[in-house]
Design a protein around this ligand. Structure first.
Ligand code: SF4
Ligand code: SF4
Length: 91
C-alpha cells in the first residue's frame, strides 16, 4: 500500500478551527494529545493522531507548536456573518 502525505480525516471545515493532521509525518509521540488543553486530539488504533472533538478546539496552537514533526496544522476559520448583513440605518 502506498502512503501519501494526505491529511488524516481530522481535517475539519466549519465554524471551529480547521485541524489538519499529516499522518505520514506523525510519529505517534503523543505530545499534541498530552498538551491539548481541550482534549480535542486522540490516537486511533494505529497510534496516529486524529481530531476526536474538533468542535472543542480553541485554536491555541499548542499542538502545532509542540509537534516535533510539523505534522499538525491548525487554521482559524473566519466566522461568517450569520445573515446579519442587513443594513443598520438608525435614521
Ligand atoms: S506531536 Fe506530532 S508527531 Fe507527536 S503524536 Fe502529535 S502529530 Fe504525531
Ligand atoms: S489548537 Fe489547541 S485546542 Fe486546538 S487541537 Fe491544538 S492544542 Fe487542542
Amino acid at each position: 500500500m502506498t502512503k501519501k502525505n494526505k491529511p488524516h480525516d481530522g481535517t475539519t471545515s466549519s465554524e471551529h478551527p480547521q485541524i489538519t493532521i499529516f499522518s505520514d509525518w506523525c510519529k505517534s509521540c503523543g505530545i499534541c494529545v498530552a498538551f491539548c488543553p481541550k482534549e480535542v486530539l486522540a490516537m486511533d488504533e494505529n497510534r496516529k493522531v486524529f481530531a476526536k472533538y474538533p468542535e472543542k478546539c480553541i485554536a491555541c496552537h499548542m499542538c502545532e507548536l509542540r509537534c516535533p514533526d510539523f505534522a499538525i496544522n491548525v487554521k482559524e476559520v473566519e466566522k461568517q456573518p450569520t445573515s446579519a448583513g442587513e443594513e443598520n440605518n438608525n435614521a
